[in-house]
Write a protein that binds this ligand. Structure first.
Ligand code: BG6
Length: 255
């Protein structure tokens, strides 16, 4: 019956958060690899989690990806009573427009009647160009906002899938493969032990900045992402909350 399923999930959530060494795991039913609507459920669960954790004025840093795009779709105007500002967590990391953090922040702001900022940094720039871009007052201001965020919402991807999806150079692709990267999050690639084996150079949030941020919500589902999630969680701050699905959770609890 339904009650048994619910308590079954609650037990899984406990086991999973303990196993990964994180604050909380929230599991939705299904497997997003098989059923696309499960991503919407991940979105709904994330929206509820945001609502319960954030009161008043907040800056929320967001990464890109199709999962974050689903979260954006599930945000609703009743959240507008809160004073939120969405900022992209990091500058250009080679994603298509629809998967970019800028696009997703705009959609999140739109759905919640709140504000957003954009961070336009080209993916591949010379050192010289980069140095002058980061001196631009508008960019500087957004970076300050990112670093003072009270919440980070981010996706986790399979390393090779992400390297293929992005405009990764042949050289970096070989490096990522050779280092046996399995997981990726905000442009950092991790091996099974949770070590960073490659990083996309860009401005904005750096991995070490996470420890200063009060609320961290990672959203990733699908059994195919289990290895990636396990790898990243070895490195993630213990305050992290994972929103995932049964497909990934079952695989993670097996491993
Ligand atoms: C990227 C994020 O845009 O999306 C990454 O920067 C994340 O943090 C990835 O790993 C996940 O993408 P998806 O489409 O699987 O949600």
């Amino acid at each position: 019956g339904i009650m048994r399923d619910i308590s079954g999930i609650a037990v899984m959530e406990q086991e999973l958060s303990r196993k990964l060494g994180i604050r909380q795991a929230i599991i939705v039913s299904g497997n997003s690899d098989e059923s696309p609507w499960v991503k919407q459920e991940l979105g709904r669960a994330t929206a509820m989690c945001m609502k319960s954790r954030l009161k008043g004025k907040n800056i929320i840093a967001v990464t890109g990806g199709s999962t974050m795009a689903a979260v954006a779709e599930m945000l609703t105007p009743d959240l507008a009573e809160r004073d939120w500002l969405f900022v992209p967590a990091r500058g250009g990391i080679g994603e298509d427009v629809k998967n970019q953090a800028n696009t997703i922040c705009a959609k999140m702001a739109d759905h919640t009647d709140s504000r957003h900022r954009v961070l336009y940094v080209p993916d591949q720039v010379s050192r010289e160009m980069y140095e002058s871009i980061i001196k631009e007052p508008n960019i500087k201001e957004v970076i300050t906002q990112i670093k003072s965020a009270s919440m980070v919402l981010h996706g986790i991807g399979d390393a090779i899938t992400m390297a293929e999806r992005r405009k990764t150079s042949e050289e970096d692709f070989v490096k990522i493969k050779h280092a046996q990267a399995v997981g990726e999050s905000f442009g950092y690639y991790f091996n099974e032990g949770g070590e960073v084996v490659h990083k996309v150079q860009t401005i904005g949030l750096q991995l070490d900045d996470l420890s200063h941020i009060e609320h961290i919500i990672a959203v990733a589902g699908g059994s195919s992402k289990a290895k990636a999630i396990a790898a990243y969680m070895k490195r993630a701050p213990s305050s992290t909350i994972l929103v995932t699905d049964e497909g990934a959770a079952k695989q993670l609890l097996k491993g």
